[in-house]
Design a protein around this ligand. Structure first.
Ligand code: UT7
Length: 323
């Protein structure tokens, strides 16, 4: 089996900062409620840049840091639930922007767990297809699908993109992944697609193309998911939780992380958070936070970290990585 490592990471956030106070100008909420219930203080919102554009910007940074020419990319995977279009995929749009002519490209729809799934899918293809270089992107412009009149959801999400370049290497960087889903709980978090209204439909169905969520149910699921995924990804390895320098979680809500840390009997300091400044960016959240940690110089060669995510589907998973 070929070893695969994360060679570099990059991210892009749209420049517009939207504070809680700004949101309280158009829905009945306030900074204190939002900070207390979620930990979020502000988020970035796109003023028109679409998912493929912010993906491309994050990708260019990661490629430059890895010293990889886009022409040498064998694979581009974009994890997103807010693509520019159904077709072409965001990955194909990024390929075109980068002139990454020989890459195989596709999007995956795994909501907030998308980047963690994407890493393992890329690793698998790098093995079966003997790909040398891959680009895995998590990117969202969720502001497009938000109901800006629903105070229970519009306070939570933000826009942004993060990208990782994966390379075949002598060293095993991605050690193990654990991926799970619970489709029976899917209705807890939905975004509708197209209306079903053809000359043949017996009953027309209209889709809500906005995020709808049962926040309580997702919160409960998320705490159990983090606990399960962190334990399972370490199982049958010779690595103990004490050797893990950081758990890098999907940045949804401070309360979820606090409850999960208690359940795992881990110090909250092991969990790195930036959700106060970016909110929940769904599939982009793990690479965005990884990029921030990288830029702060928090990773040393050989550090072991766990990436853990959960979200719509419902889905969840974790990746054990040696930096
Ligand atoms: O990637 C995964 C994404 N999902 C998540 O991260 C969701 C996880 N869930 C949560 O973060 C929490 O469930 C929320 C932050 C969404 C909501 O917090 P909660 O403690 O579960 O509140 P709740 O929905 O039970 O609502 C409590 C009250 C309600 O008022 P009443 O019915 O008690 O009068 C809501 O209408 O808070 C009200 N409320 C708000 N008040 C002020 C809901 N949203 C707001 C708001 N500002 N933004």
């Amino acid at each position: 089996m070929n070893n695969v490592k994360i060679a570099s990471i990059g991210a892009y956030l749209p420049p517009l900062v939207v504070t809680n106070d700004k949101i309280s100008e158009f829905v009945d909420t306030n900074d204190e409620w939002i900070v207390q219930r979620t930990g979020i203080k502000e988020r970035r919102i796109s003023e028109g840049e679409n998912t493929s554009e912010i993906s491309t910007k994050a990708a260019r940074i990661a490629l430059e840091r890895a010293g990889v020419d886009p022409k040498d990319l064998d694979l581009i995977i974009v994890a997103t639930i807010s693509p520019d279009k159904f077709i072409p995929s965001v990955a194909c749009l990024v390929q075109s922007n980068l002139d990454a002519d020989k890459a195989a490209c596709f999007d995956i729809s795994v909501a907030c767990s998308g980047f963690v799934y994407g890493l393992e899918i890329a690793r698998a293809l790098m093995n079966t297809m003997n790909y040398k270089n891959a680009l895995v992107i998590g990117a969202e412009v969720l502001s497009k699908v938000m109901d800006w009149s629903d105070r229970s959801t519009c306070i939570l999400f933000g826009d942004g993109a993060g990208a990782a370049v994966l390379k075949q290497d002598e060293k095993q960087g991605i050690i193990k992944s654990y991926l799970r889903s619970d489709g029976k709980k899917g209705e807890a978090l939905t975004i509708g697609a197209t209306d079903f209204d053809t000359p043949f439909t017996k009953e027309k169905t209209v889709s809500d193309r906005i995020i709808k969520m049962n926040g309580r149910e997702v919160l409960r699921f998320a705490v159990g998911a983090i606990d399960d995924a962190v334990k399972e990804v370490l199982k049958d390895t010779d690595i103990s939780i004490d050797e893990i320098k950081y758990v890098v979680p999907h940045q949804a809500n401070y309360r979820i992380i606090k409850l999960a840390a208690e359940k795992l009997n881990l110090s909250e300091d092991k969990f790195y958070l930036n959700l106060d400044r970016v909110g929940n960016t769904s599939a982009a959240s793990v690479p965005i936070v990884l990029n921030e940690m990288y830029e702060k110089g928090l990773f040393n060669k050989g550090d072991k970290i766990i990436l853990v995510a959960f979200g719509g589907g419902l889905t969840y998973g974790a990746t054990l990585v040696e930096w």
